[in-house]
Ligand binder design. Structure first.
Ligand code: KG4
Ligand code: ZN
Length: 354
């Protein structure tokens, strides 16, 4: 079964063809980073205008690269929430047109669940492998920082989320303070490799309470104070350069990664997870990937999305849609909560096009 996926929730226009939920035949991504970089963040109206320019050619390129003709497409899947509303509207409108013209079903897919599904793409493990449950997933991107538990029934339950900035924002805003380009994550990741964690003493927000059984913030995050701490550390001096810049990146990144990994591990233990899953744009971070591997050791299976499926892409949307289509369901359009499901419970037959 071939699904055309479309993703326009933020600043990437992406179109992809995925076969049977796993095999990515094409995954075209047109990034708008250059357009938003001067502002240090994404401007929704500008994003929507760029999506309008790029959605047609990315879809044509995805079809042509996949080698699948449009009449063989069994369904169209599109991110319908959460995201920047003007940006989402472009993808949803285009997807409606595609599904009408191809006379095939249209599925609205939750972007957050799509990120989780990114870890299953081109992977031997699928959401149907009952042995991997329960899963504790850390979803870390520019818009989200949450720990969720996924049960064998596919129900996704939020254990904790950020109370203010997402981890990706903590990277992006730090980069701005340090005079580094947007997005901040990749450049801080790179500079941090050359530095040493010496004497900066960044706080580990909300980590000291991790053992408090009933603390309501046990699995919550807060990164805004960390960013403020960076601001005060560099306020009195000029912006660091050379080795000092590398060192401050190392120390700042270490603080974020400590909080992310410790809280995820704490949740995995508490909920007796079989698998820990790591996904979202910040999951590209090389130090986070290594630290998660190191700390988890042999205690849990580890499922990390390939870097190309961590940042926004349409393959994760088309891949997840396959499971919902098989069950004749679309994902709930509201935010992820206990009512949202990663994998459908029922499996009603769906007859693909010949
Ligand atoms: O998933 P994504 O493409 O978009 C959202 O859904 O938000 O994530 C983008 C975020 C940005 O904040 C970017 O700085 C961060 O992911 N990011 C990284 C790295 N690569 C991307 N953060 C840390 N280290 C990286 N290597
Ligand atoms: Zn995303």
């Amino acid at each position: 079964m071939y699904i055309l996926g479309l993703e326009t929730s933020c600043d990437e226009t992406s179109a992809s063809i995925v076969e049977n939920g796993t095999f990515v035949l094409s995954n075209i991504i047109s990034s708008q980073i250059d357009k938003h970089a001067p502002y240090g963040g994404v401007i929704p109206e500008l994003a929507a205008r760029e999506h309008i320019k790029n959605i047609k050619w990315t879809t044509e390129a995805a079809l042509s690269e996949s080698g699948i003709s449009a009449d063989k497409i069994d369904a169209v899947a599109v991110t319908n929430t959460p995201g920047l509303v003007p940006a989402l509207a472009v993808g949803v409108s285009f997807a409606k047109g595609m599904s009408l013209s191809l006379a095939c079903p249209l599925l609205g897919i939750n972007h957050f669940l799509g990120h989780i599904y990114g870890a299953f793409l081109e992977n031997k493990i699928t959401p149907k492998d009952t042995l991997c449950y329960p899963i504790v997933a850390l979803v870390v991107s520019g818009g989200h920082t949450s720990i969720v538990e996924i049960g064998i029934d596919g129900v996704v339950k939020t254990l904790g989320s950020t109370l203010d900035d997402a981890a990706g924002e903590a990277f992006d805003k730090a980069a701005k303070l340090l005079g580094l380009p947007y997005p901040g994550g990749p450049i801080i990741d790179k500079l941090a490799k050359e530095g040493k964690d010496t004497g900066y003493n960044f706080p580990r927000p909300m980590l000291s309470k991790r053992y408090a059984e009933n603390d309501k913030n046990r699995f919550n995050f807060s990164f805004s104070g960390l960013k403020t701490s960076l601001y005060y550390k560099i306020k009195k001096k000029s912006i660091p350069e050379g080795n000092e810049l590398n060192n401050i990146c190392t120390a700042y990144q270490q603080a974020i990664v400590d909080v992310l990994t410790e809280k995820t591990l704490d949740a995995a233990k508490k909920y007796a997870a079989k698998t820990v899953l790591l996904c979202g744009g910040v999951a590209c971070n090389s130090f986070l990937r290594n630290e998660m591997k190191r700390k988890i050791g042999n205690n849990f299976n580890l499922l990390i999305a390939h870097p190309k499926y961590c940042t926004d892409n349409a393959a994760m949307i088309a891949g997840l849609a396959y499971h919902f289509l098989q069950a004749n369901e679309s994902t709930p359009s509201h935010v992820v909560d206990i009512s949202a499901r990663l994998r459908p419970i029922t499996t009603a037959p769906f007859v693909p096009k010949k």
